[in-house]
Write a protein that binds this ligand. Structure first.
Ligand code: FAD
Length: 460
């Protein structure tokens, strides 16, 4: 964690602030204990370690602004009263990103949801931060466009929360990750100061705000690149085992088809996933694909020669109750935990040739580890990310497992920690810290989540 946290504001300080906030038009205040509890939670319970750490962390007040003006006045009042503020999108983050560690106010973005513009020529969209991605997708589809990247929670998660707290997901096989240059083209940002400013940042200036957990500015709107819309086809392919699945995913990476998603599940995971109706009983490892219509036709002929049996093939249905994309990314973990909450997970980038690592680790961690892989594009190269399921048996066992992965050349992104840095590459990003000094000089935004922040500068 960053510098030790001061205690939460006193009840009297919160009452003072609430009186000031009541005068702001288009601002709803929520104070009932059940609301405070619900709006202080996210999906960090996938991690037993985080569940322990975040026990009892709760907002003292929730504010739901209905306009950017209201955000600006709310933020200014919190800064003037020296009350911490934690921004919340839809609360689907997995690392307790929007759980307030120091009480104070939670800013709920759900009413800040306008799609401001979609450029007919470039497809660039400007959208308010609280817009749920499913709604944004609908509006983009009307213009023949689509989000390049989305999490498997796109039906409920907000676009602001994805940029501030997510990393990639469906589309990462073509488009890499959210922090790759070219995705986020600009931000509208409100600074956490008594005279809160509303700034428009270009792509370069927005970079330190991207994936900073809302610690260095309140995002009110974003400008994003989009892709031409495609009618993806869902394919489920069965192969003998995990090694055959690895070979096939490598062959697919070299095929002249458009893939929007490629997930690999070893047999033990397949056995517990809710496959769409029409899929036969599990008999091996499986791949879940989203592929362009022409590629789908080609794969029908090509896959059998590669040892793959197509067991489901259909155009994706927009309103489908169980789309294949909701078996992928952290939805795999969700389904495994629905089956047995003793499962948790890990995240990593696998070494370029992952077969020896997977072989050795399967032998060593038998019964405790099951592999779920996702094909991604990392700095232009086709790679596999691992989101293996693991049986939780304490922090020491987790550390030993992560060490084992590292010794095979994997890069770990630990989902059992609280700070931006520890969940990433483990290093402080000086630009993120500098942006916090400029846009949140007193350190009131989402306290405790940026390890590189050691406190305000003496002059501020
Ligand atoms: P929240 O959880 O509300 O917030 C996330 C972070 O962003 C917090 O730190 C918050 O303070 C900050 N924030 C939110 N809004 C703003 C704002 N306006 N200004 C500044 N900061 C802000 N993630 C992926 O990247 N890829 C996946 O495929 C994926 N799959 C998932 C599957 C499941 C089943 C679950 C439970 C989670 C998954 N996630 C995934 C994590 C999460 O769903 C996504 O990152 C999602 O985009 C977060 O959006 P949200 O609106 O819920 O954000």
């Amino acid at each position: 964690m960053s510098a030790p946290l001061p205690p939460p504001p006193t009840a009297a300080a919160i009452e003072d602030l609430a009186r000031a906030l009541e005068a702001i038009p288009a601002l709803t205040l929520l104070r009932r204990p059940a609301e405070l509890e619900r709006l202080s939670r996210d999906c960090h319970d996938y991690s037993p370690a985080l569940s322990d750490l975040l026990l009892g962390c709760r907002a003292q007040l929730v504010a739901r602004p209905g306009s950017v003006d209201a955000v600006q006045r709310l933020v200014a009042a919190c800064a003037a009263h020296d009350v911490p503020l934690t921004v919340r999108g839809a609360g689907t983050g997995n690392y307790g990103q929007c759980v307030p560690l120091r009480g104070g106010v939670v800013l709920d973005c759900s009413r800040l949801d306008a799609v401001r513009s979609i450029d007919a020529e470039t497809g660039v969209v400007e959208v308010e931060a609280g817009c749920v991605m499913a709604r944004l997708e609908q509006q983009l589809a009307g213009c023949g466009r689509s989000l390049r990247l989305m999490p498997s929670t796109w039906r409920t998660a907000s676009i602001g929360g994805f940029i501030a707290g997510g990393s990639g997901g469906i589309g990462s096989i073509r488009w890499g990750f959210l922090r790759d240059p070219g995705h986020l083209l600009g931000l509208e940002l409100v600074t956490m100061e008594p005279d809160a400013r509303r700034l428009r940042l270009d792509a370069a200036a927005s970079r330190p705000i991207n994936h900073a957990y809302g610690t260095n500015g309140v995002i009110t709107a974003l400008r994003l690149a989009t892709a031409p819309a495609e009618r993806w086809h869902e394919l489920v392919v069965e192969v003998a085992d995990l090694e055959a699945a690895l070979d096939l995913s490598q062959a697919l990476a070299g095929a002249a088809i458009e893939l929007q998603e490629l997930a690999v599940f070893e047999r033990g995971v397949c056995d517990r996933l809710p496959w769409p109706a029409g899929c036969p009983p599990v008999a091996g490892a499986r791949l879940a694909l989203l592929v362009d219509p022409c590629g789908s036709r080609f794969l029908e002929e090509w896959l059998p020669a590669q040892g793959g049996t197509v067991i489901l093939q259909r155009p994706e249905q927009p309103g489908s109750a169980r789309p294949l994309r909701e078996l992928c990314w952290n939805h795999t973990t969700l389904h495994m935990r629905a089956h047995d909450p003793g499962w948790t997970y890990l995240q990593m980038l696998l070494p370029p040739d992952p077969a020896p690592m997977l072989r050795e680790m399967r032998a060593r961690w038998q019964g405790q580890l099951l592999w779920h892989l996702e094909a991604v594009r990392q700095q232009g190269a086709a790679r596999l990310a691992g989101l293996p399921l693991l049986r939780w048996s304490g922090a020491e066992a987790l550390e030993a497992l992560m060490q084992d992965c590292r010794s095979h050349g994997a890069v770990i992104f630990n989902p059992h920690v609280l700070t931006v840095e520890d969940g990433g590459l483990g290093v402080v990003d000086a630009d993120q810290v500098e942006a916090k000094h400029r846009f949140d000089p007193a350190g009131l935004l989402n306290p405790g989540k940026l390890r590189g922040w050691t406190g305000p500068r003496p002059s501020s």
